[in-house]
Design a protein around this ligand. Structure first.
Ligand SMILES: Nc1ncnc2c1ncn2[C@@H]1O[C@H](COP(=O)(O)OP(=O)(O)OP(=O)(O)O)[C@@H](O)[C@H]1O
Length: 333
């Protein structure tokens, strides 16, 4: 783990398995390149049983590739992936892992019920159809033909297929990307019920609020590496950022040189200062007589995410990121 890593949240008490039982997921120094692109770069991650973990990262960060290796679908160049102490393929075949890939075709010309019953029948100990339908929010859709489903409904069928074998671990790659607000809410209701049974969940997402709201632990990856690992609160604290807003007129470039300021953004006569030491910044602003409409607010997860994934040569956090007059960020290093 790197300097930004913080301790993961403890797993649910009833889900840790017997003492000494291997973790749900153990990735060790996984690396994968596609030609010149290093998609995953020495990634190590352990997920205890019963934890809900969000994998968060910008486009191309390596989330899907990491998930592919975790599920045994992509062969790593080096490193090792284990699920419940064994090879990923074994765990998948034993029905201990349910997966929902980012894009997955569904068989057409069958009904939702027929498809789920067929897939469930391939597992040793599947959930009953009614429970799968209810768990995925598909009540009332069992008789609908798969090719007549909306995008959101099809996504819920993929979720149902991931649930069918009553897995201990579920791995979801951007599960809610095609869902509207209501469908997303229903989806997370289903996930909460699943987690309440002591199951382990790993999901990747672009929605920071989903990670904030639904994950016990957030793992931020960027350029194939883990750049932060902890609870939402811990990640916000690691970046140690506070935003100071102030109204200024005239020249603004001096704001970037104030103590405690790591980035500035100017919109009209409003300056937004991202600060590592807001006390020092506020004192300096007061000394300069610039305290009009002063506002101090704690960082949100988005601020932390931007700070963690702003590309630069060296990764210490926070490091100065300056924004130009139009509010566009540019790396200061
Ligand atoms: N099969 C492939 N062939 C070539 N390059 C690939 C392949 N799969 C992934 N990549 C590259 O590897 C990098 C990581 O991609 P990956 O899909 O794992 O990222 P991601 O974090 O899941 O992105 P997104 O959030 O956009 O889905 C990207 O630069 C991508 O273009």
């Amino acid at each position: 783990m790197n300097a930004n890593a913080v301790s993961p949240a403890p797993p649910a008490a009833d889900a840790t398995g017997s003492p000494g039982a291997p973790p749900a997921v153990a990735l060790s120094e996984l690396t994968k390149s596609f030609g010149a692109v290093r998609a995953v770069d020495g990634l190590s991650l352990e997920i205890p049983r019963g934890q809900t973990v969000a994998l968060l990262g910008p486009n191309g960060a390596g989330k899907s590739t990491a998930i592919g290796m975790m599920l045994g679908l992509i062969a790593p160049d080096s490193g090792r992936a284990e699920i419940f102490g064994g090879r990923p393929g074994q765990a998948v075949r034993a029905g201990r892992v349910g997966a929902m890939p980012q894009e997955g075709g569904l068989i057409h010309r069958v009904t939702v019920g027929e498809l789920i019953r067929f897939v469930a029948g391939t597992y040793q100990d599947p959930l009953p159809l009614e429970r799968i339908l209810a768990g995925a929010g598909l009540g009332g859709l069992a008789g609908r033909r798969v090719d007549k489903l909306s995008g959101g409904q099809a996504q819920r069928v993929r979720f149902a297929l991931a649930l069918a074998g009553d897995p201990d671990l579920i791995v979801l790659d951007e599960p809610t990307s095609a869902l509207d607000v209501e469908a997303r809410r229903e989806f997370w209701d289903g996930m909460r019920r699943f987690a309440a049974r002591g199951k382990t969940i790993l999901f990747s997402t672009h929605y920071l609020e989903e990670a904030d709201e639904h994950a016990d632990r957030i793992v931020v990856i960027d350029r194939g590496r883990i750049v932060a690992d902890g609870t939402s609160r811990e990640i916000k604290r690691v970046t140690a950022l506070t935003t100071v807003g102030v109204t200024v007129t005239g020249e603004t470039s001096w704001l970037a040189g104030l103590p405690g300021v790591s980035a500035i953004e100017i919109r009209g006569d409003r300056a937004r200062l991202r600060c590592t030491d807001s006390d020092a910044t506020v004192v300096a602003l007061a000394q300069a007589g610039a305290v009009r409409d002063l506002e101090v607010s704690p960082a949100d997860l988005e601020d932390a995410f931007v700070a963690l994934t702003a590309h630069r040569a060296t990764p210490p956090v926070p490091s100065p990121v300056r924004t130009g007059p139009a509010g566009q960020e540019e790396s200061a290093v």
